[in-house]
Design a protein around this ligand. Structure first.
Ligand code: GDG
Length: 735
């Protein structure tokens, strides 16, 4: 039976060693809860680091640990202290974390940490390879493991692999600064599905893939070698029921069931019933903007001094990554700031800030959520921010105001909260004022909408959506395989070919027989290609036609001495058995002088693009431009040309990074049909990579063998993945 393997840096279990005994306690974190529906029973395995280094695990306890973990469906990756330092505290948290959160100035680019990151990723990949069966599904989590998908794919190409990034993916301008950027992208592209919290992160990722790897992207599909990688956004939800139920139970607690914290909170409320509690909860991380929030708090009290003694800020900062120097500095900064603000503003009966630097038990978290009138969460950057969602889920009477940074992923789904820019103190101060004074009716109206949404798109739905989409990728691959020109299918084609007497081949050149070159003139044929075409042409009964959009001069130079049959400029000219080119279609060219200046203006405004002037068509190439920019300009040019052309008999072809303007009555399909009519062919074969080849695929009769190079949408019967496979396949027709 197939199983699901989940991989994350940390296991969803905490190990405790005491008196030679091992205790494995399930963690309650968001991810662990979210994956509950996926990680159930014997059908799933969770692989990760246990939290204890090899040095911390006594040798004699190792088997006991494995057993304890296995009881929780978990299996550990062993890491030495040095590996944890380089991989986790090093590259993950001193390079990727700051860079992906736009803290470029904190990002360190250390070769040693990168090398450790690579080798530890390999360890995780090896653990998967060891445990995974052929039909298993793999779900890899987060920025610590970005190289794992490719490492697994290389050894186990048929596994279904998904990856989810829990932090933002930065804009290309930031990501490009990473010295190992291509390797990171290639690592991720080992997946079948890559998930992000928001569409913006997805968009940034696609842009980096296009710019840095030059990969073909169509909507949210990336074409990689012989695979399609899907990219999508799946905003992570929370275990809504757990939080709302906990809040309900909490409200029914009798006084002696209450926690100390709750009693203190109630006492405060009793002593000043009109005072408002403002809550801020985060891991102590510079991305969460805690220091800025403290400054903004002071700014508010300076602007609205009437609220002194009327509000209290509770800050819960959960210790995090305290081995990393930036975090130690931040801790110091926040300690000092709290001290300074409290020192300056406190009165005998009022301390403006209550500050907790610790992790609190879940019950206390609920105490804080349910007792606070306002949740104030202002990260400078945050992949999602689950605290915002949890606060809303606990507001069972629908009161409470959420102030949320628009830089948090959750802001996309929480429009009914008060959204602020964490750098705009004026706006923050006014928003706090608004929150403090928001009528109950308005609070309830806003929260009702938020609660309905959060309850529906909860964490279980998130995990299921991701898994369904990953399964969809698998089915899609299977659907594609049926069209792929596999060895078996090719065998059948070759049998038909052997039986036939009169055989006709149409073979496109660029992107089919030769790979693309930055300068089209450099894509000239090599000896291997000449030999192949010689032998194909010499075979009895074979009529081979090279069919191309290229100009006749280039083809005459390359192929006329060889006497190959050629159709060029999309079907305007034909040359058979070494004769001079003759016109196959009567075409007008008076439109060219009108269109040329238009194309020139596009070349001027689009660096890297150029015009190719053929006898009967004009082509605007944008292969060497910035991919997004080029595609935008192509759309623009299309609009301009369509309005100019009107009813004239010319049309615009959108090729692979080229737009070609030519007479409407000329295309490869018409040309191929004319040639076909010359003889009574009993085997027809056509192959090409481009949009312009689709005319052939459409026009040729049903029994023709039509083959597309690449996996994009096509009318062809079959596809073959790449140029490199084309020649090998054609060689089989010689034997
Ligand atoms: C990363 C991304 C993304 C907090 N303090 C205590 C405590 N918590 C719990 C909260 C919440 C979780 O920790 C924090 O989650 P966040 O989403 O706010 O932030 P990160 O830890 O930075 O997580 C983030 C997330 O991954 C998921 O993809 O949203 O953007 O940075 O669940 O309740 N829990 C307990 N005591 C505490 O003191 N028990």
């Amino acid at each position: 039976m197939s199983k699901t393997i989940i991989i994350s840096n940390r296991l969803p279990v905490q190990l405790q060693i005491s008196n030679g005994n091992i205790n494995a306690i399930p963690s309650v974190g968001g991810l662990a809860t979210g994956m509950k529906s996926v990680h159930s029973g014997g059908d799933s395995l969770w692989i990760g680091w246990s939290g204890l280094t090899d040095e911390e695990i006594p040798k004699e306890l190792a088997p006991k640990i494995d057993k304890a973990l296995a009881e929780h469906g978990s299996s550990k990756v062993n890491l030495k202290e040095e590996e944890v330092n380089g991989f986790y505290f090093g590259f993950s948290n001193r390079t990727i974390w700051p860079l992906f959160h736009y803290f470029l100035e904190y990002a360190e680019f250390e070769l040693d940490s990168w090398l450790t990151y690579k080798s530890v990723n390999q360890k995780f990949a090896d653990a998967i390879i060891e445990k995974a069966g052929e039909e298993d599904t793999i779900w890899i989590h987060d920025y610590q493991l970005m190289l794992v998908p490719k490492m697994v794919r290389e050894r186990r190409p048929n596994l279904s692999i998904g990856f989810f990034l829990h932090i933002p993916f930065p804009s290309y301008e930031i990501f490009r600064t990473l010295p190992w950027r291509e390797e990171v992208l290639e690592g991720l592209l080992g997946s079948d599905l890559i998930g992000f919290h928001t569409y913006d992160y997805e968009r940034h990722f696609l842009s980096s893939v296009r710019r840095l790897l030059g990969a073909e992207v169509s909507f949210n599909d990336i074409y990689v070698d012989n695979r399609i990688v899907k990219v999508d956004s799946f905003p992570m939800g929370i275990d809504y029921e757990k939080f709302s139920e906990a809040a309900k139970t909490h409200q029914q607690n009798t006084e002696d069931q209450q926690s100390d914290l709750q009693r203190r909170l109630d006492l405060h409320k009793k002593s000043s019933p009109d005072a408002k509690l403002i809550l801020s909860i985060d891991r102590l991380d510079y991305s969460k903007g805690i220091a800025k929030r403290l400054h903004a708090f002071k700014y508010f009290l300076d602007k609205y001094p009437e609220y002194k003694e009327k509000i209290r800020l509770i800050i819960l900062a959960v210790p995090s990554r305290s081995n990393v120097p930036q975090y130690q500095l931040l801790k110091k900064e926040i300690d000092e700031l709290v001290g300074r603000i409290n020192g300056e503003l406190s009165t005998v009966s009022w301390t403006p800030i209550w500050y907790f630097y610790r992790s609190l038990p879940f019950e206390n978290l609920i105490d804080l959520y349910t007792s606070s009138d306002i949740a104030w969460l202002t990260p400078i950057r945050d992949g999602m921010n689950l605290v915002a969602k949890e606060y809303i889920a606990t507001r069972t009477d629908k009161t409470g105001v959420l102030i949320l940074s628009e830089m948090a992923g959750s802001a996309n789904e929480m429009n009914e909260s008060l959204l602020i820019n964490p750098n705009n103190f004026e706006q923050i101060a006014d928003t706090l004022f608004k929150a403090i004074n928001m009528p109950l009716e308005e609070q309830k109206r806003r929260n009702a909408i938020l609660q309905t949404r959060l309850e529906r798109y909860n964490v279980e739905k998130w995990a299921n959506d991701f898994m369904t989409s990953l399964q969809g990728q698998k089915d899609r691959d299977t659907a594609n395989v049926s069209k792929r020109l596999t060895e078996t299918l090719l065998k059948g084609v070759l049998q038909d070919y052997q039986k036939a007497k009169k055989k006709l081949f149409f073979i496109d050149y660029d992107g089919t027989l030769a790979g693309f070159k930055i300068d089209p003139q450099k894509a000239s044929p090599d000896k291997e290609l000449y030999d192949l075409l010689d032998q194909l042409s010499e075979k009895e009964g074979n009529d081979i036609y090279l069919i191309s959009g290229r100009d006749k001069e280039t083809f005459a130079r390359w192929f006329l001495p060889k006497k190959y049959n050629m159709i060029v400029e999309h079907g305007v000219w034909i040359s058979e058995q070494g004769e001079e080119f003759r016109m196959l279609e009567n075409v007008k060219k008076d439109w060219m002088e009108k269109i040329y200046p238009v194309l020139e203006s596009f070349v001027d405004r689009t660096p890297g693009s150029f015009i190719e002037e053929k006898n009967y068509s004009l082509a605007w190439h944008y292969r060497n431009t910035d991919p997004d920019f080029g595609a935008n300009r192509a759309t623009e040019l299309n609009t301009v040309l369509t309005s100019l052309i009107g009813n004239d008999d010319i049309s615009v072809l959108n090729g692979n990074k080229v737009m070609e303007i030519k007479s409407s009555n000329v295309n490869k399909g018409r040309a191929a049909m004319r040639v076909r009519a010359q003889k009574d062919y009993d085997f027809i074969f056509a192959i090409g990579d481009d949009w312009t080849d689709e005319f052939m695929f459409q026009e040729l009769p049903e029994e023709a063998v039509t083959v597309k190079v690449g996996m994009q949408n096509t009318q062809a019967k079959y596809y073959i993945e790449s140029v490199s496979g084309v020649r090998g396949m054609l060689k089989k027709f010689i034997k």
